[in-house]
Write a protein that binds this ligand. Structure first.
Ligand code: NDP
Ligand code: 8X3
Length: 250
């Protein structure tokens, strides 16, 4: 039987590319996000390849999240793979100048949103004694860089939650993985810099990772044999050595 994957943050970047990759590989997919128009367009395109269901909710809204996932149609009720990808950075400021709305957004979406989605899906996995949860962390979850403060904290939290999940879900035969990318050229910087021109410079002068690169890695991670769990994976563009060392040529 075809497996079903639920992908949060599927309306752009890594999540969107993952939806295309998984559909191409024949998985049924549930694509989630706030921008309904994009979800509709994707559903139209991807339905040619597989069964696609849309869930339109904000991961910050606990009730909406639980309701959406608890009321899936029969064909999509069994979720075999959860890709916890929804998230963003909001702002890049020294801690003394940080905006509290940005802090709220990052902790509420990247950390609490991931927990709400997981809370809605884990019970069916523990009951079946199978499933795979992949949390999209970041190199920012492994090291802190200047002005990254709260975004880095949110991704450090994702890594801690991933490790906690792996321990607690171990008796239930559930795989838990973290995939931690470095610089990926998506809408990430547009969101971080709130549409300002700064976003246009982030990926200049080197070849950044593309969303498709991460999508292909995610398919590799989910397609290992039952006894193999890729627990933690860090991936940089070749030009990047760590969060602050990037070889740029202009
Ligand atoms: P994008 O901005 O392209 O995608 C972010 C996705 O998250 C969108 O689909 C967006 O959908 C969704 N999202 C954001 N806020 C919410 C919310 N409140 N409720 C529901 N969905 C939400 O960025 P990326 O693809 O780059 O980011 C995906 C993940 O990868 C994030 O967790 C990010 O932290 C992580 N990451 C990114 C890196 C990069 O360099 N780009 C590197 C390392 C990790 P919508 O707005 O429609 O709701
Ligand atoms: C995104 C990568 O370096 O912009 O998580 O924080 S970075």
């Amino acid at each position: 039987m075809k497996k079903t994957a639920l992908i949060t943050g599927a309306t752009s970047g890594i999540g969107e590319a993952t939806a295309y990759e998984f559909a191409k590989q024949g998985l049924n997919i549930i694509i989630c996000g706030r921008r309904l128009e994009r979800l509709n367009t994707m559903q139209k395109a991807l339905s040619k390849l597989t069964y696609v269901h849309i869930l339109n909710f904000d991961v910050r809204d606990k009730e909406a999240t639980l309701n959406a996932i608890n009321n899936l149609p029969d064909r999509f009720k069994q979720i075999d793979i959860l890709i916890n990808n929804a998230g963003n950075a909001h702002g890049l400021d020294p801690i003394n100048e940080g905006n509290t709305d940005d802090w709220d957004a990052m902790m509420d979406i990247n950390v609490k949103g991931l927990l709400y989605v997981s809370k809605a899906i884990i019970p069916q996995m523990t009951e079946r004694k199978s499933g795979h949860i992949i949390n999209i962390g970041s190199s920012a979850g492994k090291e802190v860089y200047p002005k990254g403060n709260v975004y880095c904290a949110s991704k450090h939290a994702v890594l801690a939650i991933t490790e906690g999940m792996r321990i607690d879900l171990n008796p239930h035969n559930i795989k838990v993985s973290a995939v931690n990318p470095g610089l990926v050229e998506t809408e990430f910087s547009k969101v971080r810099f709130k549409g300002s021109d700064q976003a246009n410079h982030v990926y200049k002068g080197f070849k950044a990772l593309q969303a498709k690169d991460i999508a292909e890695i995610l398919y590799f991670v989910i397609s290992r044999p039952n006894h193999v769990n890729i627990a933690d994976l860090l991936v940089f563009p070749t030009a990047q050595a760590n969060s602050v060392t990037v070889k740029k040529e202009f």
